[in-house]
Design a protein around this ligand. Structure first.
Ligand code: MG
Length: 281
């Protein structure tokens, strides 16, 4: 019995060991399988990155740099005339007033002499015959010496209406107090210029205007208009949001429209304009 018992115990012991071993094997297999499963994506990524790095390192630095060079489209070449007017611009004040019409009716009746266009008070605003949307606009303007008693908005007022609706104010704002959202280079009754960059009356002033027209989905406003104004080389409106049409009384509002003329204001004063050119964008 002793021997048998020993044998039996030994056999049982072996079976137990075998089972444990089997179990361990299964566990090990499972562990290995899950570890491999876990590491697979990582090792796959690492391999790809390494491969990329390897192939990159085979390129010269010049070849690597060339990968981010864009060769098309090639910008059109712009040249300049003696006055610095870009060749791709449309000149609006030429030898005659053929680019303009009166807003009221008929021909524009302002005075044109030696390339200088001056308001003829009482004849009304004038507008370009051409219609524009987004533009870069350059214009030079001059307010004459003020007459006695001319103050605030009465001191040689005019204006440049983008798309006949949104006024960039023209006013002699040299030592002339008025509401700042109505001084020169304001988006009239909306946005005060960042600084007052006025030169004295009698001197030519420059405006460089970059205008992004509002867009509409049918009657609904899709995107507002924006305007940047550089007055005598100084940024005075920096991508300013246009709140709506220029209103003398009441709040600005948007009403759907398409491309439209540029308009100059007859406010009853002898304000002059010259070297006005526009580049549709
Ligand atoms: Mg005005």
């Amino acid at each position: 019995m002793g021997h048998l018992s020993l044998h039996y115990r030994a056999a049982k012991h072996n079976t137990v060991i075998q089972r444990i071993k089997q179990g361990t094997d299964t566990m090990n297999k499972t562990l290995v399988a899950s570890t491999v499963a876990l590491l697979m994506p990582l090792s796959a990524c690492a391999t790809t990155d390494a491969d990329t790095e390897k192939s990159e390192s085979r390129l010269t630095r010049e070849q690597q740099a060339a990968k981010t060079e864009v060769w098309e489209p090639v910008p059109e070449v712009v040249s300049f005339d003696k006055a610095g007017v870009p060749s791709d611009s449309i000149s609006l004040i030429g030898d005659d007033l053929s680019n303009w019409t009166s807003v009221k009716e008929g021909d524009a009746k302002w005075t044109l002499e030696n390339g200088v266009l001056t308001v003829k008070p009482g004849t009304g605003d004038i507008k370009t015959k051409a219609e524009f949307c987004d533009v870069q606009l350059h214009v030079e303007w001059k307010a004459p010496q003020p007459e006695a008693g001319m103050e605030g908005q009465q001191r040689n007022n005019s204006g440049i209406f983008l798309q006949q609706r949104y006024e960039i104010q023209v006013l002699d704002s040299y030592q002339n107090k008025t509401y700042p959202n109505g001084q020169a280079a304001s988006v009239y009754k909306q946005t005060i210029p960042l600084v007052n960059a006025m030169k004295a009356p009698g001197e030519w002033q420059t405006y460089d205007i970059i205008y992004k027209a509002p867009t509409f989905n049918g009657e609904a406003l899709a995107t507002k208009g924006y305007v940047t104004v550089i007055h005598n080389g100084v940024v005075v409106q920096n991508h300013t949001e246009i709140q709506g049409t220029t209103e003398w009384i009441g709040a600005p509002k948007y009403k759907a429209h398409g491309c439209a003329p540029l308009q100059l204001q007859d406010h009853g004063n002898l304000v002059s304009f010259k070297n006005m050119w526009v580049r549709p964008l």
